[in-house]
Design a protein around this ligand. Structure first.
Ligand code: CTP
Length: 214
C-alpha cells in the first residue's frame, strides 16, 4: 500500500499563556485530500493544526499546534512517504518571545517582534527521496500562476496547487475551491469551482495515474 502524508489547517504561534498568532485556514482542503487519498487506497497520515473537523475514517491523525511541532511531526515521517501534500497554512512568522503567563497591558502602543519559522516544504524539497512526489499549495492574492510556478521551482516540488484566496466564494473558509495544478514538467490542470472533496479527488487522480494535461 502506498503511503501518503497530508498536512492541514493553520498553525498557532503562542506569544503568551492565552494569545497566539494564526490565520483563517479551516483545514477543509487538507481533510478532503486525506479522505480522497483513503478512498483511492493510500495509507494516509494526516498532520493537522488546530481545527474543528473530525479526521476521516481510516486515517492516522497527528495533531500539532505550532509550525515547529508540525515540522518535527512531518520530517520524522517524510523519508517513508511516497507522496507528501503540504496543504497546511503554516505561519511564516512566530513571536520572537513566548511569555509563560498572561501579558499585562501597559499604556501606549505595543510593538511585537516576530521571527521566521522554518519553511517545511522547502526542507522536504531539499531532502526529497528518489521517486517521492512532493506537492505544495500556493495561496495567492496576486499573479497566481507566476507566483505558483516560482514556488514550484524554488522549493523543488513535483506539483503545486494554486488557489486564489482573494475571492470569497472559494479557498480560505469556503466549502468550495477552484484551483490550477501545475507540474514540474509543464503540465497544467484547471479544476473549476467545486466542493473541496471533488477538487481533492481530481488532484489525487492526477497524482495516481496518467491523466491528460490540458
Ligand atoms: N509552507 C511550509 N512552511 C512554511 C510556510 C509555508 O511548508 N513555513 C508551505 C505551505 O504548506 C504551502 C506552500 O509552502 O504548501 C506555500 O505556502 P504559501 O504561504 O503560499 O507561500 P510561502 O512559501 O510562505 O511564500 P509567500 O508567503 O511569500 O507567498
Amino acid at each position: 500500500m502506498k503511503k501518503l502524508l497530508v498536512s492541514a489547517g493553520p498553525t498557532r504561534e503562542r506569544f503568551d499563556a492565552v494569545r497566539f498568532w494564526s490565520n483563517r485556514s479551516t483545514g477543509r482542503m487538507g481533510y478532503a485530500l486525506a479522505a480522497a487519498a483513503r478512498e483511492a487506497g493510500y495509507q494516509v497520515t494526516l498532520v493537522s493544526g488546530p481545527v474543528t473537523l473530525e479526521p476521516p475514517e481510516g486515517v492516522e491523525c497527528i495533531r500539532v499546534e505550532s509550525a515547529a511541532e508540525m515540522a518535527a511531526a512531518i520530517k520524522a515521517r517524510a523519508p517513508e512517504m511516497d507522496i507528501i501534500i503540504m496543504a497546511a497554512a503554516v505561519a511564516d512568522y512566530r513571536p520572537a518571545q513566548t511569555l509563560a503567563g498572561k501579558m499585562k497591558k501597559l499604556p501606549g502602543r505595543l510593538v511585537l517582534e516576530l521571527e521566521r519559522t522554518e519553511d517545511i516544504l522547502a526542507a522536504l524539497g531539499a531532502a526529497k527521496q528518489p521517486g517521492q512526489v512532493l506537492v505544495g499549495f500556493a495561496a495567492e492574492t496576486d499573479d497566481l500562476l507566476a507566483n505558483a510556478g516560482e514556488k514550484l521551482r524554488r522549493k523543488n516540488l513535483d506539483w503545486i496547487v494554486a488557489n486564489d484566496i482573494g475571492r470569497t466564494d472559494r479557498g480560505f473558509g469556503s466549502p468550495d475551491n477552484a484551483v490550477v495544478m501545475l507540474g514540474r514538467g509543464g503540465e497544467r490542470f484547471d479544476f473549476d469551482l467545486a466542493p473541496k472533496l471533488e477538487i481533492a479527488r481530481r488532484i489525487l487522480a492526477v497524482l495516481s495515474g496518467p491523466v491528460q494535461s490540458r
